[in-house]
Design a binder for this molecule. Structure first.
Ligand code: FAD
Length: 379
């Protein structure tokens, strides 16, 4: 077993760390407060190759491994989880889905600009009445011969307004239940496609979360990914990899809060010494450091399995479950270590605490991860 990173992986981690400090940190508090999408920063991330990290250079990507992706996601998420979720969705849901399951035409037309960061993608599975139970899709894609007629509503879609390319899951053959579902590539601007208002959220407030409405949208048949009825499998397989991205996001939120708390504890004085000299603080820091290291190892293990072409469903669910719970616990303690200062925006930890919560919810709640894991261990 080799725990050492390659030179390239270390370089990518450093590049992401530098980018987070110089480009994401300034303005992160204001973007959170005003729910402003980090458009300029996302454009730069695209130019630097962070939006198509694992896509083959043949399709305009950076050709990196999933380990590098985890390292970059951790660094970006330490500072701005609203920006890092764009990186996660574009890389592991949209680009991965198109590269793995799309045909040559779809890769040329849609994957290349997404991997180069010229366009942003969105992954549209959730509906008002279909979240954890993603099989009960109400959005319909009726087969009209040379095209599908798409009708329905999608909820909570990340990059909902800033995306140009949407992977939309919809039901074609209700009698076949989840075997009748298809995945369609929908372009912004197609007639009958409308973007709803931006959600006003607890955390990742800069992220662009919208509902989407489809009314008689004509989607050409050539935009269906895979065979007729492959859509549900497409969504589930793609989410397996997506969870590595969200696990790494949770890890970054936790380690960002921990680093702030560690530094603050060495500066803040109480009763004639720093609070880092108090055993109560030391024990909190010890627990945080231990849990973060365990979360990091779970994320890297899941990424390593993916890189090796081995099954990683259980590993990615374990990483997401554990890292998101660690993010929540760590950020709450980081606020506590900061005392009153932790409760105000200037010290960053309150934002990280709010941002942490979503990692227990999206791309499968913690309860859904436990279902996936228990199914695997009981096999
Ligand atoms: C900010 C944000 C961004 C998002 N981005 C996207 C996106 O880009 N694309 C997309 O498709 N979706 C997205 N989502 C949707 C997200 O994936 C869902 O919210 C999530 O899967 C949960 O679904 P739900 O909200 O319908 O909750 P529900 O499924 O209604 O769950 C409610 C509660 O019941 C629990 N529960 C449900 N079923 C079970 C069960 N069988 N056993 C035990 N407990 C259960 C859940 O764990 C949860 O605690 C996003 C959501 C948010 C808030």
């Amino acid at each position: 077993m080799n725990f050492e990173l390659t030179e390239e992986q270390i370089m990518i981690r450093q590049a992401a760390r530098d980018f987070a400090q110089t480009e994401l940190k300034p303005g992160v508090i204001e973007r959170d407060e005003h729910q402003k999408f980090p458009a300029e920063q996302v454009k730069m991330l695209g130019e630097l190759g962070f939006l198509g990290m694992m896509v083959s250079p043949k399709y305009g990507g950076s050709g990196m491994d999933a380990i590098s992706y985890v390292l970059a996601m951790e660094e970006l998420s330490k500072i701005d989880a609203s920006a890092s979720v764009v990186v996660s969705v574009n890389n592991s849901l949209v680009c991965y889905g198109l590269e793995k399951y799309g045909n040559d035409f779809q890769k040329e037309k849609y994957l290349v600009p997404l991997a180069k960061g010229e366009k942003i993608g969105a992954f549209c599975l959730s509906e008002p009445e279909a979240g954890s139970d993603a099989t009960s899709q109400k959005t319909t894609a009726v087969d009209m011969g040379d095209h599908y007629l798409l009708n329905g509503v999608k909820n909570w879609i990340t990059n909902g307004n800033s995306a140009s390319t949407y992977l939309v899951i919809a039901q074609t053959h209700p009698e076949k239940r989840h075997h009748g579902i298809n995945a369609l590539i929908v372009e912004k601007g197609m007639e009958g496609f409308e973007v709803g208002a931006k959600e006003n959220k607890l955390g990742i407030r800069g992220s662009d979360t919208h509902s989407l409405m489809f009314t008689d949208v004509k989607v050409p048949k050539e935009n269906r990914i895979g065979d007729d009825g492959f859509g549900f499998k497409f969504a589930m397989n793609t989410l397996e990899g997506g969870r590595i991205g969200i696990a790494a996001q949770a890890l970054g939120i936790a380690s960002g809060a921990y680093e702030l708390a560690l530094n603050y504890s060495k500066e803040r004085k109480a009763f004639g010494k720093t609070i880092a000299d108090l055993q109560a603080t030391q024990f909190k820091l010890a627990d945080m450091a231990t849990e973060i290291e365990a979360a990091r190892l779970l994320c890297l293990k899941a990424a390593w399995l993916k890189d090796q072409g081995q099954p990683y469903a259980q590993a990615s669910s374990m990483a997401k479950l554990f890292a998101s719970e660690v993010a929540m616990r760590t950020t709450v303690e980081a606020v506590q270590i900061h005392g009153g200062y932790g409760f105000v925006k200037e010290y960053h930890v309150e934002r990280l605490m709010r941002d942490a919560k979503i990692t227990q919810i999206y791309e499968g709640t913690s309860e859904i991860q436990r279902i996936v894991i228990s199914r695997e261990v009981l096999k």
